[in-house]
Design a protein around this ligand. Structure first.
Ligand SMILES: [Zn+2]
Length: 187
């Protein structure tokens, strides 16, 4: 009995060491997938959008990435999912799974400040905050924000169409510089 235990123990220890050195950390995996771009607005990454919800690595090194779709039925999600898997496989994480989680539903409030800045620089008005109370950073958020023109910054703008180049954007026009622009719909 004790001889049998002695034979088994070293093997178990070796397996344990192998497992301990092989799995990447969740942070390492996150770095691999965080800058996957949104196919519709390529300047935005899934991290900017706030749709990269979770990255987990279990004891066996199995990777699970959780993303939440922006708009239900958004065709970009299939491309994003495939892109995330491609990057995981290329980084050597063959045993990977990408889960889509619908609840809680994504809102444009999840978009990072960096993402909103990139949108503006890209010529798209970023979404206004949807919450009427203070933002996450404690600053008060005005109840009604006008959409500012991303070209000249004027708040004197009007909506031309609820549907811009994609379903998640509306077409607006600036009364000051007369330029049309896409506005990312706040939801
Ligand atoms: Zn303007």
């Amino acid at each position: 009995m004790s001889a049998q235990t002695a034979r088994v123990a070293p093997a178990a220890q070796t397996a344990q060491r192998a497992r301990a050195t092989t799995p990447p950390t969740a942070a390492e995996v996150r770095a691999v997938v965080a800058d996957v771009p949104d196919p519709e607005v390529p300047v935005l990454t899934i991290e900017d959008l706030g749709i990269l919800r979770d990255v987990a690595v279990d004891d066996d090194g199995r990777v699970r990435v959780t993303i939440t779709p922006t708009y239900s039925g958004c065709p970009a999600m299939d491309a994003i999912r495939a892109d995330v898997l491609d990057r995981l496989h290329a980084a050597g994480h063959g045993d990977a799974d990408v889960r889509l989680v619908l609840s809680p539903a994504w809102t444009t409030d999840w978009m990072s400040d960096a993402g909103k800045r990139k949108l503006r620089e890209y010529g798209i008005a970023p979404p206004s905050p949807t919450r009427s109370h203070g933002g996450g950073d404690g600053r008060p958020v005005p109840l009604a924000l006008s959409i500012r023109c991303p070209q000249c910054g004027s708040p004197d703008t009007r909506e031309l169409s609820r549907f811009g180049s994609t379903a998640c954007k509306a077409l607006w026009c600036c009364n000051a510089c007369l330029e049309p622009f896409d506005s990312f719909k706040a939801i």
